[in-house]
Every structure is written in C-alpha cells, then in structure tokens.
Ligand binder design. Structure first.
Ligand SMILES: [Zn+2]
Length: 60
C-alpha cells in the first residue's frame, strides 16, 4: 500500500462558531498557503516567513 498523505486542513482553516475560516495568507513568492507558527507566518514551499501581525506590536 502507499503512504498516508495526510492533509493538515487545520493549518489552513480555522473553525469559528461552526464556520470554516481561511486564516492563512498566501505566499507572495510561490503562492502556497502560509502556515502559522505562533506569531509568524511561514511558507513550507520556499521558506518565506513574515511577522503575523505588524500592527500589534506587543512587547513582552
Ligand atoms: Zn513560498
């Protein structure tokens, strides 16, 4: 048998009040969806990454 090709849908969508929301932006370089990593967005395709929220400049 082949390998399991698990699609991590929960990394691309967020379920809010029973609604499916697309929360991720697309990569400006390769147009793949960006994965979220805490306060960063990360592209698994080309390695592009950016800050998630530039407006919210929270300092610890
Ligand atoms: Zn990319």
């Amino acid at each position: 048998m082949g390998k399991h090709n698990k699609i991590k849908a929960h990394t691309l969508y967020d379920i809010k009040d029973g609604k499916l929301e697309r929360k991720n932006k697309k990569c400006p370089r390769c147009k793949s969806f960006l994965a979220t990593d805490k306060n960063r967005l990360f592209c698994g395709g080309c390695g592009y990454s950016e800050q998630k929220s530039k407006s919210e400049d929270k300092k610890e």
